[in-house]
Design a protein around this ligand. Structure first.
Ligand code: C2E
Ligand code: CA
Ligand code: CA
Ligand code: CA
Length: 281
């Protein structure tokens, strides 16, 4: 796209296949987002750093394509973002996950101070009448704004800082908390941390993965935790897979954990089952 060299690469079969796949997924996404019946919301528990009690879940969308099978969000979310259908899908994920977790609360399976975290992309915030939709869903489901957290990425406030500050402030004013996802992987955003109404930093999985390998990741993780705490923010580590990750993170006062060590993202049936256990972890 950018140079002559890339033009030549376009005709390499692998890249050609990638373009074909992208075109197919673009068309299929448009079809599927019109009815939304192929999507499902999965939930991954977050636990507190001391007792491993479930303090909330992150909603993660899944696409079950009738012929192609399960397509991971890592594959289709970027396409949905660039074509704009993420707004439709994202609004649905938000409403569906609020409805589901509100029901779990009504059944007494989750406490009053539980959090539902939903991923929101910049495009969704910009195009989807986000605040209006948010207020409607909260009202219709009886969901308290204090029980809701939205996860945004650093790139969002790099792309459009003024708008980001404005809309995040508005969301925060409703009582919804805001988490910065994949922290540390974007551009240096340190100067924005004090200007944006942020409550939580989520340490990216790529740092957590290398904990204990004698690498500089240990130092980075420690630095993120102390940076967050000095700004009065909570820290969640994502992608926690091993006992040694937990030992290190606990030693360094990380507030909450999320990862396969505790649980993979679960469908409603499996989540409900987990929540009925007295000591799930
Ligand atoms: P994310 O927000 O960083 O979500 C965490 C991803 O890490 C999830 O992948 C989760 O399944 C995976 N994960 C969690 N714990 C572990 C672990 O211990 N080990 C490993 N290897 N992986 C772990 P998933 O569900 O495939 O989602 C990928 C990305 O797609 C998400 O990354 C998020 O950026 C995006 N996404 C998912 N659902 C939505 C949505 O409803 N809206 C938007 N805008 N984006 C979404
Ligand atoms: Ca996330
Ligand atoms: Ca993340
Ligand atoms: Ca990530």
């Amino acid at each position: 796209k950018k140079s002559g060299k890339n033009k030549i690469q376009f005709f390499e079969p692998r890249l050609h296949e990638q373009v074909m796949e992208r075109n197919l997924l673009t068309l299929e996404l448009r079809r599927a987002s019109a009815r939304l019946n192929e999507f499902q919301v999965y939930f991954q528990p977050k636990v507190d750093g001391n007792e491993f009690k479930i303090i909330g879940v992150e909603a993660l969308v899944r696409w079950f394509h009738p012929e192609l099978g399960m397509i991971s969000p890592g594959k289709f979310v970027p396409i949905a973002e660039s074509t704009g259908v993420i707004t439709t899908i994202g609004d649905w994920v938000f409403e569906e996950s609020c409805r589901i977790t509100r029901n779990l609360q009504r059944q007494g399976l989750i406490s009053e101070d539980w959090k539902l975290a939903v991923n929101v992309s910049l495009r969704q915030l910009k195009e989807g009448h986000f605040i209006r939709n948010l207020s409607r869903v909260l009202k219709e489901t009886g969901f308290k704004p204090e029980n809701l957290e939205i996860e945004i990425t650093e790139s969002m406030f790099m792309e459009d800082t003024k708008y980001a500050v404005h809309i995040l402030q508005e969301i925060h004013n409703l009582g919804v908390t805001i988490a910065v996802d994949d922290f540390g992987t974007g551009y240096s955003s340190l100067n924005y941390l004090s200007r944006l109404p942020i409550d939580v930093l989520k340490i990216d999985r790529s740092f957590v993965m290398d904990i204990g390998k004698d690498s500089c990741e240990d130092t980075i993780v420690r630095a993120i935790i102390s940076l967050a705490h000095s700004l009065d923010l909570k820290v969640v580590a994502e992608g926690v897979e091993k006992k040694e990750h937990i030992e290190f993170l606990k030693r360094n006062q990380c507030d909450a954990f999320q990862g396969y060590y505790f649980s993979k993202p679960l469908n409603l049936v499996d989540l409900t089952e987990l929540l009925t256990l007295k000591y799930p972890f």
